[in-house]
Design a protein around this ligand. Structure first.
Ligand SMILES: *Cc1c(COP(=O)(O)O)cnc(C)c1O
Length: 391
């Protein structure tokens, strides 16, 4: 008899989603039709931003966000080491230099103490960052008010990597409103809060940045003859004025996004309930949950538990026991600077000790809307058994 596998995250697709998508499949335009702009409008209304630019992934959104803020060779971009590699790779795509700011152990979010210290030092040494990418780890917003204040003091731009955090809020404002940032990026990969299969969006309140991002996602091509650099030779004319990419989202994806977005509120409430159940059932001297900062509504993209005072080996064993019990646990994340590609750039063990310690103590346990109470009880029982075995 095989026991049901419970992944750490998965999408929920309902009949209403399938209906929206099949409508597009039966229509004339399956890409570059009306659904992408409709999805963008729905997103910007939902998060209270002036512009939303839909693309084929959050990775693409991060890339064109950096380019639209002028990131180039010689510039520095800083982010947290506790993130997916995409948040750092975007710097390297632009030939900029990358550095990291260590985290706060209680939340997994960028440490503002470390950030302030690193900024003071960088100012003295003349290597301040052009862009900072704070990560809303697990679905909880960073302290954006303070990050914004530092950006004004030191003159850097801010891209919020909110891949985990659509539907969350900070100071009662939706994440994505860009009140304290230049651009916010969301991911619609199936493990995230809502999905378009693959997909992402960048929101901003700056007209010029929005315009740059929408040109960059489409090869750098402009079709509006009022903005041509040369007189058009005919009605077919279009001009490539910069080096862009094909980062477009399709109408098939956007239709799924429109339908999924309607359920966002319900999804976030449900995830908060699931987290509450875990917190009630999982009471153990050996385990901790992450703190959620005040003024933050988390989406709980991840249900993260922390093993207190364990060795690397105990953490590894705990993980293995749960995987053997068909619980699809995961570690979020291997610190980016520990990846071979980043070691090659000169990063070493010990560069960001808190991120390294965090990575050796956390485990993400199953968290998705369709998780039942019985599933949760099974997860809890297996965790309690695993704790006993490793201690
Ligand atoms: C998932 C994720 C990304 C990349 O998203 P894609 O849409 O898969 O490109 C970037 N940053 C973080 C923090 C993520 O979790």
């Amino acid at each position: 008899m095989s026991i049901k596998f419970l992944p750490y995250a998965k999408q929920r697709i309902e009949e209403s989603d399938i209906d929206e998508v099949t409508q597009v499949l039966r229509s004339e335009l399956i890409t570059q039709g009306p659904k992408v702009p409709a999805f963008e409008n729905a997103i910007k209304d939902n998060v209270n931003a002036k512009h939303a630019i839909a693309v084929n992934s959050a990775t693409s959104a991060l890339h064109i966000a950096c380019l639209s803020l002028g990131l180039k060779s010689g510039d520095w971009l800083w982010t947290s080491p506790i993130t997916f590699v995409a948040s750092a790779n975007c710097a390297l795509y632009c030939r900029a230099k990358i550095s990291f700011v260590d985290i706060e152990l209680k939340t997994g979010l960028i440490s503002l103490k470390d950030l302030s210290r690193k900024l003071r030092k960088a100012e003295a040494e003349g290597c301040l960052p052009k862009i900072l990418i704070p990560i809303h780890y697990g679905g909880a917003s960073c302290n954006m008010r303070e990050i914004k204040r530092l950006s004004q003091q030191y003159g850097f731009s801010i891209i919020e990597d909110a891949s985990h955090a659509i539907g969350g809020s900070y100071e009662n404002q939706p994440v994505g409103s860009c009140k304290y940032s230049d651009i916010t990026v969301f991911s619609f990969h199936p493990v995230k809060i809502i999905t378009t299969g693959e997909g992402g969006v960048a929101t901003t309140n700056h007209d010029a940045i929005a315009e740059k991002m929408s040109v960059l996602r489409n090869h750098g091509v402009i079709k509006d003859n009022n903005r041509f650099q040369y007189p058009p030779e005919g009605d077919w004319a279009y001009e490539q004025q910069s080096l862009g990419f094909n980062y477009r989202m399709s109408d098939i994806q956007a239709a799924l996004g429109i339908s999924q977005l309607k359920k966002l509120k319900r999804v976030v409430i449900e995830r908060n309930k699931i987290m509450k159940v875990y917190k009630n059932l999982l009471v153990s001297e050996s385990l901790d949950f992450l703190d959620i900062p005040k003024d933050v509504l988390s989406t709980f993209h991840l249900a993260v538990i922390k093993l207190k005072a364990v060795s690397k080996e105990q953490h590894r064993e705990f993980f293995t026991i749960l995987r053997r019990a068909n619980i699809g646990v995961q570690v979020h994340y291997i610190p980016v600077h520990r990846q071979p590609y980043y070691r090659e750039l000169g990063f070493k063990e010990g560069d960001y000790p808190k991120a390294e310690a965090f990575s050796q103590s956390v485990i993400s346990i199953p968290m998705y809307e369709a998780l039942t109470i019985d599933d949760q009880k099974r997860v809890v029982k297996e965790i309690q058994g695993a704790v006993e075995k490793i201690m």
